[in-house]
Design a protein around this ligand. Structure first.
Ligand SMILES: [Zn+2]
Ligand SMILES: [Zn+2]
Length: 179
């Protein structure tokens, strides 16, 4: 028979792994989907001041549907149930960090002045320093890079985008492609 300790340890381990994997999935989807082919939904989050519902919230809905599907599948295979708990917990942490702490979509005003919360806050602020699809930094939400590293990345991206812009102006005018 399974001991009580191993029962809880197995489930706690599944939750911890799920939380970590979710941060990786959120970071990768933010970098390659939201700032890629999914920019149409995410753009609202970079261009307008957060007030009320934005198109970007559809992503939260997608993750909620995935979590519900995992709970349903978990009725047949128990580990999926605990993965679903991990995914839901991540959603809550994401909401607290991203929507409440950074974007103040809740009547809660607190700017963290020290520690890891300050780093998370500043890292996501730096993500919003750029309002375009390209040249953004800091796609992670919880496991963020040090702020000084992000500032250097932001500087490099800005210089690269300036360089990418200038040859266009020098390009010869006679190549007109009319379709
Ligand atoms: Zn973004
Ligand atoms: Zn944001």
């Amino acid at each position: 028979m399974e001991s009580v300790t191993s029962y809880f340890l197995a489930r706690a381990a599944i939750i911890v792994v799920s939380l970590t994997v979710m941060e990786a999935i959120a970071t990768i989807s933010h970098r390659y989907i939201m700032h890629g082919f999914g920019w149409r939904w995410h753009k609202s989050h970079h261009t307008s001041r957060p007030s009320g519902i934005e198109k970007n919230d559809l992503y939260a809905l997608v993750f909620a549907v995935i979590a519900i599907a995992l709970f349903v599948a978990g009725l047949r295979w128990w580990p999926l149930w605990w993965i679903a708990i991990g995914v839901t917990l991540y959603g809550l942490i994401y909401f607290m960090v991203h929507d409440v702490l950074v974007h103040r979509r809740w009547p809660f005003r607190h700017v963290p002045r020290k520690g890891y919360l300050k780093r998370i806050y500043q890292a996501h602020r730096l993500h919003h320093a750029v309002t375009t699809k390209e040249n953004c930094v800091s796609f992670a939400f919880v496991m963020v890079k040090p702020v000084d590293k992000l500032l250097r990345e932001l500087k490099t991206n800005r210089q690269a985008s300036l360089k990418a812009d200038s040859p266009k102006r020098e390009r010869p005018q006679h190549k007109n492609h009319h379709r």
